[in-house]
Design a protein. Structure first.
Length: 380
């Protein structure tokens, strides 16, 4: 079978394919997606075989041609599914191009030889005899050359099937990629909505306003400063967060303002160590990644107890990498530690997975009355 035959078959089978495909892809007819896909493949091959039979017999159904059609379908289906199921996923996806090309050559040449080697099977030979035009000379049995024109035709038809299967695989991969991106966008959107809702912490805002009220009531000189800091924090949460990324310096400013408000409610000198000097403030980063862990430390360290409570915070950069570390005391009382800053550990991990896939490391440990968080982010 030559390449022109394959082209004619593709043209002729288009309408049959559309009818079968329309039926097989209806969810109401077959709800299971995998079953629909298998049925669709079967129907396409049946339609292809029917058109092939029609072409070989010039519109007449010769039962003697059935073995010839079946042989062609089996060989071409083998090429098709070996390519999309084995060669492309295991070689092309892993950029093993040389190995793929070599195995494709072996596959195509082997398929073409298989055509020739099966020509002497009685059923195949009888099919050729029945379909041979009267004017075409016949090779004596066993004397037809393997490397003749028929081998070349079979070689090109095998290459055509290989090309079609590669296009099919590429389209299927593109579709999977689009579905994955759509799913990730939806998941990212849901996570971001939860994140944004959690940032405007009513408890923090009420405490901040109460602290400012207390400062104003006592005519403290800090009142205008704290009002300005709260205003900047609200602006950052509501407006700057709309940006995809912010500078690390902006994030640090927000962190310092947050800590200043937390310190207003602590009498005496708390055990608080902050080191954020070794930072490249120009690095761009996703907003509000560190504040949940800081909020968690202030919430659970009992830092108000200036004798036993403590917090240590360090933020530094090396090249394009950001290193965040925070540790705090664990009071003797028992409490639930799985909620971080109102978002929850699971939500924080999910945000990092979505925003920095394979570009972050998060380690959270609790031992010897010490709670530690280490976060490394590659911003490159």
């Amino acid at each position: 079978m030559n390449t022109m035959l394959l082209v004619e078959i593709c043209k002729s089978s288009a309408s049959v394919y559309l009818i079968f495909a329309g039926m097989a892809t209806h969810k109401w007819w077959i709800p299971n997606r995998q079953t629909r896909a298998v049925l669709l493949h079967i129907l396409v091959w049946l339609a292809y075989g029917t058109v092939l039979m029609n072409w070989l017999t010039f519109g007449y159904f010769y039962p003697a041609a059935i073995p010839l059609v079946l042989r062609t379908l089996i060989i071409q289906a083998g090429i098709f599914y070996l390519n999309i199921g084995l060669l492309l996923p295991r070689l092309m996806e892993r950029n093993r191009f040389v190995a793929y090309i070599l195995l494709v050559i072996v596959l195509v040449v082997g398929a073409s030889l298989l055509y020739e080697l099966t020509n002497d099977w009685p059923l195949i030979r009888n099919a050729f005899i029945a379909l041979r035009p009267p004017h075409r000379p016949r090779f004596p049995h066993g004397h037809r050359p393997i490397w003749g024109p028929w081998f070349v035709n079979n070689l090109f038809s095998s290459l055509a099937i290989l090309f079609i299967s590669t296009i099919y695989w590429a389209i299927a991969q593109a579709r999977k990629r689009l579905q994955w991106e759509f799913s990730m966008k939806n998941e990212n959107l849901q996570t971001e909505l939860k994140f944004l809702k959690s940032q405007i912490n009513p408890h923090f805002l009420f405490n901040a306003l109460n602290n400012i009220y207390s400062l104003s009531y006592t005519h403290s000189e800090k009142t205008p400063e704290m009002i300005m800091k709260l205003s900047n924090m609200l602006r950052y949460m509501l407006y700057e967060n709309n940006e995809r990324k912010v500078s690390l310096q902006e994030e640090i400013t927000y962190i310092r303002h947050y800590i200043d408000f937390q310190l207003l409610k602590i009498e005496g000198q708390p055990h608080l160590e902050i080191d954020m000097d070794q930072v490249d403030g120009s690095l761009m980063i996703e907003p509000m990644l560190f504040i949940p862990f800081i909020e968690n430390s202030f919430k659970h360290s009992n830092i108000e107890d200036i004798r036993h409570g403590w917090i240590k915070l360090q933020l530094r950069t090396e090249g394009k990498k950001v290193y965040f570390h925070i540790s705090n005391s664990i009071p003797a009382r028992t409490y639930t530690k799985d909620v971080v800053g109102g978002i929850g550990l699971q939500n924080i991990r999910k945000r990092l997975e979505l925003l920095y896939p394979n570009k972050h490391q998060l380690n959270i440990t609790s031992h010897d009355q010490v709670y530690e968080v280490d976060l490394q982010i590659d911003t490159q």
